[in-house]
Design a binder for this molecule. Structure first.
Ligand code: SF4
Ligand code: SF4
Length: 140
């Protein structure tokens, strides 16, 4: 069975923020990497995780998180929400730390690679044309 990689945003209600829920994800045989987290006991927490594994294990893991009362959002889209506004200036590529945004050297058009994206949000702030919309304003 093939492995794939997905990125998910988790929102923890205040009473779950200090529970070791993420450490329990190892039981689903998924590789995981925390890209970003704002979590403090007693307040709403957010986390962005990169998960690697099989579809079957993703489903089990996401069902577990939802059972635990964690809101889950799977990020699959491009960061470039308003393609018609993009003027291919390259400003976003200069601030992208992962190489997810690059200029195609033949067409001089912007290209995006979701697998490489860290959901850091730097490109949202750098775009003069407002062609990039954040995945989630609360997180980015
Ligand atoms: S969110 Fe960050 S990593 Fe993703 S494309 Fe924008 S700058 Fe690059
Ligand atoms: S900064 Fe904005 S307008 Fe410039 S290439 Fe990136 S998405 Fe397009």
């Amino acid at each position: 069975m093939g492995e794939k990689q997905i990125k998910v945003g988790l929102t923890f209600p205040p009473d779950k923020a200090d529970k070791p829920i993420v450490t329990h994800l190892v039981r689903f045989d998924l590789g995981f990497n925390i890209l970003k987290a704002y979590i403090s006991p007693g307040i709403l927490g957010t986390m962005i995780l990169e998960l690697k594994g099989s579809d079957e294990n993703f489903e089990k893991c996401l069902a577990y998180l939802e059972e635990e009362g964690i809101q889950v959002k799977v990020y699959t889209d491009s960061v470039i929400r308003y393609e018609e506004k993009c003027i291919h200036c390259g400003a976003c590529t200069a601030v992208c730390p992962s190489g997810a945004l690059v200029m195609n050297r033949e067409t001089w058009e912007l290209e995006f690679d979701m697998d490489a994206c860290l959901l850091c949000g730097h490109c949202v702030r750098a775009c003069p044309a407002r062609a990039i919309k954040s995945f989630d304003d609360a997180i980015l």
